[in-house]
Design a protein. Sequence first.
Length: 190
Amino acid sequence: MEDIILVGYGGHARSVADCIERAGVYRIIGYTDTVRYETKYTYLGTDDVLEQYRLKGIKNAFVAIGYMGKGNLRENLYQKLKKLDFILPIIIDPSAIISTSAKVKEGTFIGKGAIINAEVKIGKMCIINSKTLIEHESYIDDFSHIAVGAVLCGQVHVGCNSFIGANATIIQDIKLPEKTFVPAGKVIRK
């Protein structure tokens, strides 16, 4: 098992950590944050310690901060980790179903029970939360978050830094511009 550091902690990080443990590929050595949380994981310090851990040979890190209001922070942390030459793996819960023709880029999280269908493309640093359904030939651009239970029908394009709320539905062939915010439960039609 390879070591990994969680960058940021809180609610979303607990889901990420659970998926990491269930998959059994990485061993979480601790987390960085501005706050020390009550958790079984070791608090390593603020993000200022990341360079020290990279120099010690830890090569994997994962941004575990959720999206809500923090899209720019997630993007800034990505840039910082790349400058330090960290690898940002894709974290996929073992219960997720992902087509062999789907493409997923670095730093993306795919939660429990998510279904990613044929020829879907998911950019870097995305959050695809539990029970999300993304149908054929859809494209989710970098730094976007598809929340719990959202449904994206075929050939949907979600622009960079967008948020699709819980149980929202995007009907096929819809193209959403960057920084789109779709509230929970909303249905987007042509």
